[in-house]
Design a protein around this ligand. Structure first.
Ligand SMILES: Cc1cc2nc3c(=O)[nH]c(=O)nc-3n(C[C@H](O)[C@H](O)[C@H](O)COP(=O)(O)OP(=O)(O)OC[C@H]3O[C@@H](n4cnc5c(N)ncnc54)[C@H](O)[C@@H]3O)c2cc1C
Length: 434
């Protein structure tokens, strides 16, 4: 029997304004880092608000560890890779689609701290954006919550890099979630690391990749493994004996719902130890290996997508449609981990070609000073599944930050007044491939 919802009427309260800036970026993942660094380097007084205690988003709080091939991404992202490499925290690998890599998630954190601070961005950790101040067609400020309570940051331009489109949704911009028809989203994954792996033994065994999948499927058939995923997705980390696993799968959960993310954390950790037990028992190289880390936050692939001036579709990805206002390029394929269980749908655009992300798909619908720089830019469920990988999202972030800074510099009233050709020229002059 469902009981009717109960409410508490919160008394109104005067909130302190703790800062004012040109560009306020909410969310310090790949999109937000790209946006904040680009905005600051283009002369804007920039603040970056992050709810956790490190930058990186899914890179660090999600323990991702793997970077998919990025042949058409340059700019700030390549600088990050270079810095990770200089810090001894980077391994390059590749496939026929280009070079990718894996990074050390601890080295990654300190490198990202330095990148943000050196760019002149003012960072706030442990601050959660929970409300916005909307006046007509503008968002003039964001309310953050921290140990100091509720505080206000005012800004000329706002960038939503929350991954989940939090700022846009709070501002009343229309959002969509999931695939057409049933609204189902891609599954969540609790990424984890194991150390003490015998790298040589595992590498030799992996040359017979199907054998690993065969063992996994046999264990599933025996009921030894209950993870609803078809294979073991793993990668070698820069540290000797350490591997990362993108193998757990938690379905039918909504990353914007408190109950669901709580349950997903618990189920994710349960699956981690089940996978680890399987590996130790069945797979060469794991006999002495242990789970060394689980992600502080469950990996959320897909939540809201924010309505902007253009919706990128699967056809745009597959036909690699060129656009006049291209601000980033990519080649990652439509990669949909089954929202309901086993299986992964893969649709590749033509090999060697790139698709283009239009500036229009970042300009939040109905708001003059809000840009989206995250996996949640305007796209369909299918196109989102291609755009979402971190190098591409960082390139989108760089474009949004640059655009926001140019709007401030040119005293524009709306992101729609910014000339896309001059935005592209600025991006190109700063190393982006557009
Ligand atoms: C399991 C999994 C595996 C993946 N595999 C790969 C892969 O192998 N390679 C690859 O390149 N990509 C991969 N991806 C995709 C990629 O990680 C994400 O699409 C990408 O990180 C999105 O970047 P983002 O900046 O939009 O969001 P996020 O990385 O999610 O960062 C958002 C940031 O905003 C912060 N935030 C959110 N809401 C608020 C708020 N209200 N106030 C303040 N801060 C807030 C968060 O704490 C976070 O730091 C994977 C994703 C998942 C979940």
């Amino acid at each position: 029997m469902s009981s009717s919802p109960r409410f508490y009427e919160e008394p109104s309260k005067r909130l302190p304004v703790i800062a004012e800036c040109d560009v306020l970026v909410i969310g310090g993942g790949p999109g937000g880092i790209g946006a904040a660094v680009a905005a600051a380097r283009n002369g804007a007084k920039t603040i970056l608000v992050e709810r956790f205690g490190s930058f990186g988003g899914t890179w660090t709080a999600g323990l991702l560890s793997a970077i998919m091939p990025y042949p058409f991404v340059t700019g700030i992202f390549l600088e990050v890779v270079q810095r990770w490499s200089n810090a001894g925290g980077w391994n390059t690998w590749g496939d026929k689609y280009g070079a990718g890599g894996s990074y050390d998630s601890e080295a990654a954190k300190v490198v990202l701290d330095q990148l943000i601070v050196e760019a002149g961005v003012t960072p706030f950790f442990f601050a959660h954006a929970t409300a916005v101040i909307r006046e007509g067609n503008r968002v003039t400020g964001v309310i953050i919550e921290s140990k100091e309570g509720r505080q206000v940051i005012l800004a000329k331009m706002i960038i939503d890099s929350s991954g989940d489109g939090d700022v846009s949704a709070l501002a009343g911009v229309p959002v969509e979630q999931g695939r057409a028809g049933d609204g189902a989203v891609q599954p969540m994954t609790m990424i984890f690391k194991m150390t003490g792996v015998d790298d040589e033994a595992l590498e030799a065994y992996r040359k017979t990749d199907l054998q690993l999948t065969g063992e996994w499927q046999a264990a599933k058939a025996r009921g030894e493994v209950t993870v609803p995923r078809e294979d073991v997705l793993l990668g070698r980390n820069p540290r000797a004996g350490e591997w990362n696993f993108n193998t757990t799968r938690i379905v039918n959960k909504d990353g914007t719902k408190l109950r669901d993310v709580t349950d997903a954390m618990i189920e994710g950790r349960r699956q981690v130890f089940e996978v680890a037990a399987f590996l130790r028992k069945r797979i060469p190289g794991f006999q002495n290996a242990v789970v060394s880390e689980t992600a502080p936050h469950i990996g959320v692939r897909e939540t809201r997508r924010v309505r902007c001036d253009y919706t990128i579709t699967a056809d745009d990805i597959m036909n690699v449609t060129p656009v006049d206002d291209c601000i980033a390029r990519g080649n990652w394929f439509i990669d949909i981990h089954s929202p309901t269980g086993d299986g992964t749908e893969r649709r590749h655009p033509p090999e060697g070609s790139w698709y283009e992300i239009p500036y229009r798909s970042l300009r939040a619908h109905g708001v003059d000073n809000l840009l989206v720089a995250s996996r949640c830019i305007d796209s369909t469920h299918e196109a989102h599944a291609a755009i979402r990988i971190t190098p591409q999202v960082m390139a989108i972030g760089q474009a949004a930050g640059t655009a926001a800074a140019l709007c401030v510099k040119q005293s524009l009233q709306s992101t729609r007044q910014l000339d896309a050709t001059s935005l592209r020229e600025t991006l190109r002059s700063q190393g982006a491939f557009v």
